[in-house]
Design a binder for this molecule. Structure first.
Ligand SMILES: [Zn+2]
Length: 328
């Protein structure tokens, strides 16, 4: 069992994510005091639940006296909230994120979203059908969600010797939240800042210009001058400022690449995604698994949308296609 005390009284339980390139998720636990704080949980899968429960047992955590703080609505973070909840467990989630899940009527809603969004992005219908079946977001989420305690910007969450403030960081998801302990200059960064991988930024119906929001959230967090960041996946980040700069540079280079693929001939988001370079061990777009194509097209979409907001490109409808701004 992978538990380590990362800072005094603050533990990491590494929860495995089988068959996922993310490999594992970090659940951060601050035991002791009146209540234990558990930050993020893992997917709703038996091996995640076993790993998290045995870690919590080892730390002698009483779930009935615990608060679960969830950084964002992705299945690998929120997946186990319903399984872990006891009478007395509070599940804390950002207000915006909670409002999305409170409007959730079941998998059909998600399938309809994939169909309409996929058609807009120019996804071929046969691949869309596969994308629906293989999307991990549905398979590993809780079947039903518990009642959430809504968290707002600046809310205080105390545990052990830690006094966190909630910081809204929309971008990776519409209502993503980080936790900030000012005395220690410690940021619990969720998937807003990751060290070894680049957080996925896709488009959301609930968030205009997701990439623009993400870049503003990066700038907001940069102003905190964090000394250490504890991310949702992989290693602890010791040089937070450099990592933020790397992420900013990454997206600026991506924006340049995407802009270079837009000309006067309208192209769909899917088509542009197929022309971009991707860090995957396959040469041809045609050979990519459909799930990868779905994530790649979402990533392309957030960059195209940001270029549109910057006034550099336009989307022609009907017909559907991105082209350079200006008269044709
Ligand atoms: Zn995430």
């Amino acid at each position: 069992m992978a538990i380590d005390e990362i800072l005094s009284g603050l533990f990491r339980i590494e929860v495995p994510l089988l068959h996922s390139p993310l490999k594992s998720i970090n659940s951060w636990v601050v035991p002791g005091g009146a209540r234990t704080l558990i930050i993020d949980t893992g997917m709703n899968r038996p091996e995640c639940e076993d790993a998290l429960r045995s870690g919590l047992d080892e730390l002698h955590v009483d779930l009935g006296q615990a608060d679960l703080f969830i950084t964002h609505l992705h299945a690998d973070h929120i997946g186990l909230v319903s399984a872990l909840k006891r009478p007395g467990t509070r599940v804390l989630l950002g207000r915006h994120e909670a409002s999305i899940l409170e409007g959730w009527t079941g998998p059909e809603q998600f399938f309809t979203y994939i169909e309409t969004e996929g058609a807009k992005l120019g996804f071929p219908p046969d691949e869309l059908e596969q994308a629906k079946q293989r999307h991990p977001g549905i398979k590993y989420s809780p079947r039903t969600y518990p009642k959430f305690v809504h968290v707002d910007e600046g809310d205080e969450i105390r545990a052990g010797t830690y006094a966190f403030r909630a910081i809204e960081t929309p971008g990776h998801t519409p209502g993503h939240m980080c936790l900030w302990d000012a005395a220690r200059k410690l940021l619990i960064s969720g998937d807003h800042i990751l060290g070894d991988i680049t957080p996925n930024i896709t488009s959301w119906p609930e968030l205009d210009d997701a990439l623009g929001s993400y870049l503003r959230s990066l700038a907001k967090v940069a102003r905190l001058n964090a000394r250490i960041a504890l991310p949702g996946h992989r290693s602890v980040i010791r040089d937070v400022a450099s990592r933020i700069r790397e992420l900013e540079n990454h997206h600026h280079m991506r924006l340049e690449e995407v802009l270079s693929l837009v000309d006067d001939h309208p192209r769909s988001t899917y088509e542009i995604a197929s022309m971009m370079t991707w860090d995957i061990d396959l040469d041809r777009w045609e050979d990519y698994p459909v799930a990868q194509k779905w994530f790649a097209t979402g990533e392309a979409s957030s960059h195209l949308e940001h270029l549109r907001v910057l006034g550099k490109i336009v989307y022609d409808r009907p017909g559907g296609g991105w082209r350079l701004a200006g008269p044709r």
